[in-house]
Write a protein that binds this ligand. Structure first.
Ligand code: OAD
Length: 245
């Protein structure tokens, strides 16, 4: 289905839930950054249309050809560097200021929530602006674009890898538990711009629902959970979310 504007009564219900929520959890996916010019993974123009995840986003791919993997991450960093947070990223900062028990959980590695001014964010899939040593485990920020030498190395001489989570890898230690705790505690869960196809992150949506939260989905398309959420708002996040805040 193509995107349409959400109905006024749906918007009003969602606005009321948010206005009265003492606790809010937010799960974001690539769609929240689409209006910042960042490609999503699935759908028309998505990154997985032209590339296979198993060639570029797995530990096996990196072991086979670290330079190839780094060239792809370097080109994504080049594309991301000029991208600016959009109205949806900024609306979440407003909600964070307003609601004391607020948790932002993202699958995005693009750093746009940080740049918008969000506080602590549970980055389930890591951060493309950090590097990690495959030998000593050091983990450091590096915003250089392009990176001066591919593949990059750590001060200890070890090969560095992107600070992201690849397919087949566990999420950062303890982070999923913290995310589950937050959605269990939340009166409202906002799921924004995620296809809800990648687990365990996607499981936070039914988790919140079973724990009694009102679940609001903002997406240009239907997702596997659209039928079970309390309010599915169809439209671009940068247009719909500011209407709720
Ligand atoms: P996807 O690319 O799978 O889904 C993006 C979602 O955003 C889709 O449901 C779109 O309909 C929706 N969308 C697109 N533009 C939008 C807009 N302007 N406003 C609102 N919604 C919009 O991205 P994710 O769900 O984030 O993982 O993908 C999850 C994970 O799969 C990613 O973190 C990445 C990927 O493979 C790893 O790399 C481990």
């Amino acid at each position: 289905m193509a995107a349409e504007s959400p109905d006024a009564p749906d918007l009003q219900r969602a606005r009321d839930w948010l206005a009265h929520a003492a606790s809010l959890a937010v799960l974001t996916g690539a769609g929240i950054s689409a209006e910042s010019g960042v490609p999503t993974f699935r759908g028309a123009g998505g990154l997985w249309k032209d590339h296979k995840p198993e060639d570029l986003a797995t530990p096996e791919a990196f072991a086979r050809d670290p330079r190839l993997v780094w060239e792809w991450y370097n080109s994504r960093r080049e594309r991301l560097a000029p991208a600016q947070p959009n109205a949806a990223h900024r609306a979440l900062v407003k909600l964070e200021i307003r609601i004391a028990r607020f948790t932002l959980i993202t699958q995005n590695v693009d750093g746009l929530h940080d740049r918008a001014g969000s506080g602590k964010t549970l980055k389930l899939h890591g951060d493309i602006w950090r590097l990690r040593c495959t030998v000593c485990g050091a983990n450091w920020p590096d915003r250089r674009v392009p990176l001066p030498k591919l593949p990059p190395h750590c001060g200890c001489g070890g090969l560095a890898r992107p600070g992201v989570v690849w397919f087949g890898e566990p999420l950062p230690e303890g982070m999923m538990k913290e995310a589950e705790h937050a959605v269990s505690d939340a009166e409202v869960l906002l799921a924004i711009g995620t296809s809800a196809l990648v687990h365990p992150a996607a499981g936070l949506i039914p988790h919140a629902k079973h724990a009694g939260a009102k679940v609001i989905e903002i997406n240009t398309e239907d997702t596997p959970y659209s039928g079970m959420v309390d309010c599915a708002l169809r439209g671009p996040a940068g247009e719909v979310l500011p209407l709720l805040v």
